[in-house]
Design a binder for this molecule. Structure first.
Ligand SMILES: O=C(O)CCC(=O)C(=O)O
Ligand SMILES: [Fe+2]
Length: 366
């Protein structure tokens, strides 16, 4: 049987406008969040449950990346791969340690992003995104009148393929921004390769069956550098609404001093603990599709707090948009029939669904 490709086209960008005031400016001026930021339980977003500012901590597994492929004893490696598989079939996420990046290296990444957000609005305005496009500094794209806004500002960059970089959006201040992010990109791509291969191995699949979709030269890496300023009403406003990622995997460097990320598991929300030396890894929808639903792409969201700002650095691995992403043949059989269609250019579709409060993965189910 042939499964149709789904092509998605953006039709709603016309409503988009740049913010009158960024969340950071509102926080600095002591403004109350405007009504379009206020979350209400009777919108389509409410299907993921009410806003809870301090749910229990998530016992998300901690995985030793250094042990997944080669450098430790076989039984330890098998043990770590089994832990990885169990983490991804239940939570869809884990804390990665022993990934080769030192505390001071990670601290420097945080500092560079912090310095960017500390620039004056005038200086940051140079990198403002354009209407109808996500790339650059700013807020959410607006797709509909009823869209609930997130209390965060972000710099969004398409980092790979390298020849698609729009350097006009890459800050020149701080002066080490470009080289720092360039170097971090290389490290993130090698860690991703290890994780993609280990995921395949944990399911006894051919080692490259996931990595070939996300780590070739034509594949995409998006970076989202996010500031969640303190918010006077954390019980009414999300830093980032509930969503699942459109990526293969997402590698997140959390603020070492401030929690805020929450993950949904079995209908309950949990706060992701901050482990300063860890990268938080979550699967995105395209890995749920490729694994025929065996691995989970977890729904997650971010809450704010009234006294501390939070910075996070999210890197999203995505396929080259023309690549076909569908369940791996070896994971389809009579006991587990094919769950998802083959998709292309899924990133754009997922983003629009998110802003409308629609679950993108449900829309690509067979
Ligand atoms: O800031 C965070 O902790 C999470 C960010 C996130 O989920 C995203 O950018 O997709
Ligand atoms: Fe996310």
């Amino acid at each position: 049987m042939i499964y149709p490709y789904i092509m998605f086209r953006s039709t709603m960008a016309r409503r988009d406008s740049l913010p009158v005031k960024t969340a950071q400016q509102m926080a600095m001026d002591g403004d109350q969040p405007p009504s379009k930021y206020i979350y209400s339980n009777n919108t389509s977003y409410a299907k993921f449950g009410p806003l809870e500012t301090s749910p229990p901590f998530a016992p998300v597994p901690v995985i030793d990346i250094g042990c997944l492929l080669s450098s430790c004893k076989q039984d330890e490696q098998e043990n770590e791969l089994a832990k990885l598989r169990s983490a991804l079939t239940t939570w869809g996420c884990f804390q990665a340690v022993n990934h080769g990046l030192s505390d001071s290296y990670l601290d420097n990444i945080q500092q560079v992003i912090k310095q960017f957000f500390e620039l004056s609005l005038e200086d940051k305005r140079e990198y403002f995104r354009e209407t109808g496009s996500v790339e650059g500094y700013g807020n959410d794209m607006t797709y509909s009148e009823t869209q609930v806004q997130d209390w965060c500002d972000r710099l969004f960059l398409r980092i790979l393929p390298e020849d698609q970089r729009k350097l006009r959006f890459w800050p020149e201040n701080p002066s080490n921004f470009r080289e720092t992010i360039d170097d971090y990109t290389k490290k993130i791509m090698s860690i991703s390769l290890v994780i993609f291969k280990a995921m395949a191995k944990s399911l006894e699949l051919e080692e490259n069956c996931f990595s070939k979709h996300f780590t070739e030269e034509s594949d995409v890496l998006q970076g989202r550098f996010i500031l969640y300023p303190p918010c006077p009403t954390p019980d009414k406003v999300f830093g980032l609404k509930a969503h699942s990622d459109r990526s293969g995997i997402t590698l997140l460097l959390q603020d070492p001093g401030v929690e805020g990320l929450q993950v949904l598991n079995d209908g309950k929300w949990y706060m992701v603990p901050v482990i300063p030396e860890a990268l938080f890894i979550n699967l995105g929808d395209q890995m749920q599709i490729l694994s025929n639903g065996i691995f989970k792409s977890p729904v997650h969201r971010v809450v704010t707090n009234s006294d501390k700002g939070r910075i996070s650095v999210a890197m999203f691995t995505e396929p080259e948009p023309n690549k076909e992403i569908g369940p791996v043949d070896a994971l389809v059989d009579e006991k587990r029939p094919r769950v998802y269609k083959t998709v292309k250019d899924y990133a754009v579709f997922n983003h629009e669904c998110f802003q409308k409060g629609v679950v993108a993965l449900d829309a690509v189910k067979l």
